[in-house]
Design a protein around this ligand. Structure first.
Ligand code: PGA
Ligand code: ZN
Length: 423
């Protein structure tokens, strides 16, 4: 039982310097939990609503004072003094209090900050590491905590960079690594080789995109993939054996009126599937995220069938961590992997339901950060406690990313937990 003494929040800035919400939950036991919420740029239209002030004279309308005030006043008034037996009870109360399907009234940013802060306070009162407490929030049969295999941003385009190529991210996956420590050391070698390549081939310093990916002016999407393979070889690693690639196509963002605009080329859905298959033949790609647009439901099953079981057909904007959309996708055999972003849905309990549905369908799960992040590291505990197959944080640069990698290293050092073997 957890009795809330007080809920409070402040506005802080994320890794893009935009406001976001940081909440604190004080329990009557004296335990405190503090948590900050991230924010996306390449967002899905079905995401829960992030409440912004809309005042053009302050942070160009992006202020979060209203969301912060909702925690300090209305949510605190409704929940302080109440006793909750579980995270689920707390989250249900937040959802009911908001009363809208997309959390538009109180704001998903306000609601998630409280949901996470409560989880931290509860973990503290149970004297458990956060990952173990988060594991206990999953319905039976629960997986054993396990370190996720990192998928690490190497090159960026699309909405995370200058849009020089429409493909959003090429990520490296250290498939032969047995530990987090080894995975990060291998990735460092590739990242540095890619930075050298950027200098030599494009005459550029290693300027980075929102998630720390390198973003030289690739002449084409193929050049981006080719350069990734070159960097792996230059790091003395074997493409496909030591390091595979994951691609976040983020195709919703270059899909207009049924047509995919890939640079100068135009594709219909079938053409897009063919292109992804051709890349998969040429490059060691193990996962395509949002290979088709979020509204292209008619063709996602064709994409999943064409890629087969060996490749992850991963839904980000397509699924939005939304249980309803996941149910529909499972029934349609439209994907075989979930990208889980808690702030797309807004509470831990609803994210746990998304997770349960994906696992029940035998899907792979990648727990993911957002492009706008904070120095908070709860994502590492979530991915470990929920035994995510993969975690997606960004590059191994920038402290808002490294806070999570460093927490994974800490969990590994303290617990010796195994890393996911999915590859
Ligand atoms: P975001 O997207 O910018 O909305 O966080 C990241 C991603 O597409 O995975
Ligand atoms: Zn994505």
């Amino acid at each position: 039982m957890f009795t809330i003494e007080r809920l409070s929040a402040i506005e802080i800035l994320d890794s893009r310097g935009r406001p976001t919400v940081k909440a604190a939950c004080l329990l009557t036991s004296g335990d405190v939990g503090v948590a900050s919420v991230p924010s996306g740029a390449s967002t899905g239209t079905a995401e829960a609503l992030e409440l912004r002030d809309g005042d053009p004279n302050r942070y160009r309308g992006l202020g979060c004072r209203k969301a912060v005030a909702h925690v300090n006043v209305e949510i605190n008034r409704a929940l302080a003094g109440r006793t909750f037996a579980s995270q689920e009870e707390l989250d249900r109360s937040l959802v009911t209090l908001d009363g809208t399907p997309s959390k538009a009234r109180l704001g998903a940013n306000a609601i998630l900050a409280v949901s996470l802060a409560f989880a931290r306070a509860a973990a503290s009162s149970r004297r458990l590491p956060l990952f173990e407490h988060l594991n206990s929030l999953l319905p039976e049969p629960r997986p054993r905590p396990r370190l996720p295999r990192p998928t690490i941003n190497l090159f960026s385009g699309g909405k995370h960079a200058g849009g020089q190529v429409p493909i959003q991210d090429v990520l490296v996956v250290p498939v032969s690594a047995r530990t987090m420590d080894e995975a990060l050391a291998m990735t460092y070698a590739v990242y540095q080789a890619a930075a050298d390549l950027t200098r030599e081939r494009y005459g550029m310093r290693a300027l980075t995109a929102d998630e720390g990916g390198l973003a030289p002016p690739f002449p084409s999407a193929e050049a981006m993939l080719e350069d990734a393979v070159t960097a792996i070889v230059a790091a003395d690693l074997r493409p496909g054996h030591d390091i595979a690639l994951a691609v976040d196509v983020a195709s919703s963002h270059f899909h207009r009126a049924g047509v995919y605009h890939l640079g100068k080329a135009r594709f219909d859905s079938r053409g897009m599937i063919k292109l992804l298959l051709a890349w998969e033949e040429r490059y060691p790609i193990l996962s395509y995220e949002d290979g088709l647009a979020e509204e292209d439901w008619a063709h996602w099953p064709d994409l999943a069938a064409a890629l087969g079981d060996q490749t992850r057909t991963l839904g980000d904007d397509f699924l939005c961590t939304n249980p309803e959309r996941i149910r529909r996708a499972v029934a349609a055999k439209a994907a075989n992997a979930l990208l889980l972003k808690v702030n797309q849905i807004g509470t831990l309990t609803e994210a746990a339901e998304a997770y349960r549905l994906a696992r029940a369908a035998g899907w792979s799960v990648t727990v993911s950060a957002r492009s706008g992040e904070t120095e908070d590291d709860w994502l590492a505990d979530l991915a470990t406690g929920w035994a995510g197959d993969y975690i997606k944080i960004g590059s191994i640069t920038q402290s808002e990313r490294l806070a999570k990698y460093n927490r994974l290293l800490e969990i590994e050092a303290e617990t010796g937990l195994d890393m996911s073997v999915e590859r």
